[in-house]
Design a binder for this molecule. Sequence first.
Ligand code: AMP
Ligand code: MG
Length: 331
Amino acid sequence: MICLGIEGTAHSIGVGIVKDVKGKCHVLSNNIKTYTPDKGGIHPREAANHHAIHIADVINESITKAQIDFSDIDLVSFSQGPGLGPCLRTTATAARALALSLEKPLMGTNHCVAHLEIGIGTIDDCKDPVLLYVSGANTQVIAFAEGKYRVFGETLDVGIGNCLDKFGRAIGMEFPCGPKIEKLARKGEKYIDLPYSIKGMDIAFSGLLTSAEQYMQKGEKLEDICYSIQETTFAALTEVTERAMAHTEKNEVLLGGGVASNQRLKDMVNIMAQERNASFFVPSQDLCIDNGAMIAWLGLLMYKSGIRMSIEKSIIDQRFRTDMVDVSWRE
Ligand code: AMP
Ligand code: MG
């Protein structure tokens, strides 16, 4: 079976084409076009306009790169939520139009679950992980338990990526700020005490953000602040992930989301995994960021398990929670 998946929850419009090869995900193509705001954060309407302008080209490019014809596609899937309303609607409209014109079935998928399934689908030994999902808007620790992907911990305010971007924006950096902060952090030498806020299994970042901005005004070195932001936020994320692993007795940890590109985060989670005799996995960079291949793969898993979705039931859900999905494709 071949599935074309369209991702468009926020800043990127992505089209991926995947094939099921003996239960594993074979990515035939995975193209992304990203909207970057001139200034400030993502404007949902402008991002949606960007997606509307580029979607047809990205679809065509993906078909060409996959070396298939439109007639080879068996299924069209799309990101049904969570995400920004205008972006989700544009993406869903494109997916419906494509499915109808090809006379192929349509499948709406949960974006967060897709980040997890693409890890299992593409990494051989990754079977039942705890996912630390770290992206711009979302930060969640997710694992499978009793028929659903349960959220064991999450951010109570902003996502870790947004936290980094907000700090960067406050000091005049351009979006995306995460990679720039990572570079500066490597030159940091002094750890500055920042609020470390964990409530139960949940995390809050806004206190740390305010404090980091205040240290900037007090004249602390930018490199030291960046270093301290990373050390503090990543330690908190690693701690919650470890607790979820202990609680669920799982011995695999998987990273996903744009912030998973960060080497310091990877190192911290890897050390934690080693200390627990657990395995540590990160999908390739193009499958960690928001992408169409993960949406295609989840659509395919859902379809194979017998799930069907009519056009009428394909309405987007901005607040589509990870634990709302019945994971019928796993035993
Ligand atoms: P996503 O929402 O999953 O597409 O991820 C986008 C977020 O990842 C943005 O907030 C970026 O600042 C962040 N990001 C990308 N690369 C890095 C990095 N190397 N270190 C930290 N954050 C990053
Ligand atoms: Mg994402």
